[in-house]
Design a protein around this ligand. Structure first.
Ligand code: FE2
Ligand code: FE2
Length: 391
């Protein structure tokens, strides 16, 4: 049986809360921003989505909580239609939670997501949603689940879907996400209509109550996503912290050859370079892969008459001038340098170097990029213009 769909005038009434949703701070969430800036790895997405599985697995309980609070049999019928879709319709193996199990297995190799070590904030997020819905009246309950939850799924899943496809994951592997990007707006409207109908002719009188419920839903999710983002960052630091605190060297004595270099350009892996005849920018940066953990030594080479571009980054650097003469600019100041000089470049200061002599200016730049790279938004690429190659 085809249930009656939301009528258009109702949907437009519901739209009046959309600006409130779109202005919420959740859209500045660091996890979403990291997706947008392509800063997450496939493993990062695997972590985030395997934690989200806890919510997905329990989701029908949230609809059920709303059903309990809804005394209109027509709306309960429409909610049961949502539940029917969630349940995979005729085939319970195709229920949405199972689609996510398949996606976790196929994309991330997580074969048994039910055995994930769910974080406290993952469990708490779901429980706080469930508790709110169990103990609210039907207006706030529907506002929380309609505008505040189902209504934002398409946008939030789009961050994950776009990020994963940019990493090369095939769209057909992401059915769980694309399906919800298509169907959840309709689900949201059914739920929003419950709130609107309960308000009757007094929508203005209930407006603050509805906004408070929407804000609660979005704020809980915002906090949860921030906690997941912090997990990603701290997971990357845990190995480093362990190496520092366990008081044992991890170095293999046989590896000493690989920890040495003659400081020739060819010894370093190419990191980036840029040439722009108009501005005189011409430089090359190579990395010495000699096994440092936090220190990341690089060789900066600038030909005669050229400079590198003004830029800034999270890592601090110690410049040791190997050969040539030039000027190192930091902020509004600059100093002359020659072979044998040492210059410290603090984090985040805008700086560049210029070759003022007659031979190549060669600089050994010892940075702490091995530390700062663990904070993805702080990688230097975003603050460097016109980079022509990044290895
Ligand atoms: Fe679903
Ligand atoms: Fe720099």
């Amino acid at each position: 049986m085809e249930l009656q769909k939301t009528n258009d005038s109702r949907a437009r009434v519901g739209d009046r809360f959309k600006p409130f949703v779109s202005q919420h701070s959740i859209w500045q969430n660091p996890l979403l921003k990291a997706c947008e800036r392509n800063e997450l790895t496939l493993a990062d997405y695997g972590y985030v989505i395997s934690q989200h599985f806890y919510y997905s697995r329990g989701f029908t309980r949230l609809i059920a909580a709303l059903m309990v609070n809804c005394d209109d049999d027509k709306f309960r019928a429409e909610l049961s239609h949502n539940l029917w879709e969630e349940a995979g319709e005729e085939d319970s193996e195709e229920r949405h939670s199972n689609l996510l199990r398949k996606m976790l297995n196929n994309v991330f190799g997580i074969s048994n997501p039910d055995e994930t070590q769910f974080k406290d904030h993952t469990v708490n997020y779901f429980n706080e949603c469930l508790q709110f819905l169990k103990h609210s009246n039907s207006i706030t309950c529907a506002a929380f689940l309609g505008w505040g939850t189902e209504g934002v799924v398409a946008d939030i899943y789009n961050y994950l879907f776009s990020g994963l496809t940019r990493l090369g994951v095939a769209e057909e592997e992401l059915l769980y996400l694309s399906l919800h990007m298509e169907c959840d707006d309709e689900h949201a409207e059914v739920i929003e209509d419950i709130a609107l109908s309960q308000c009757g002719q007094n929508l203005d009188g209930h407006s603050q109550e509805i906004k408070a419920a929407i804000d609660m839903a979005l704020t809980l999710r915002d906090k949860y996503f921030t906690a997941l983002y912090q997990d990603l960052t701290s997971a990357k630091l845990n190995g480093l912290i362990g190496n520092i605190t366990n008081k044992k060297t991890y170095r293999d004595a046989d590896d000493i050859q690989s920890y040495a270099s003659e400081l020739k350009a060819d010894d370093g892996a190419k990191l980036y370079s840029n040439v722009d005849a108009e501005t005189g920018i011409n430089f090359n940066v190579s990395r010495f892969n000699i096994g440092c953990e936090v220190m990341d030594p690089r060789l900066l080479e600038i030909p005669q008459g050229c400079r590198n571009e003004r830029h800034k980054h999270a890592h601090e650097s110690m410049f040791y001038i190997l050969s040539g003469t030039g000027r190192v600019y930091q902020g509004e100041q600059s100093i002359t340098v020659k072979a044998g000089d040492l210059v410290y470049v603090p984090r985040w200061i805008e700086h560049y170097s210029e070759n003022t002599g007659e031979e190549t200016l060669s600089v050994l730049a010892i940075t702490d990029f091995g530390l700062t790279k663990n904070f993805p938004q702080n990688t230097d690429y975003s603050y460097r213009s016109k980079v022509t190659s990044i290895a």
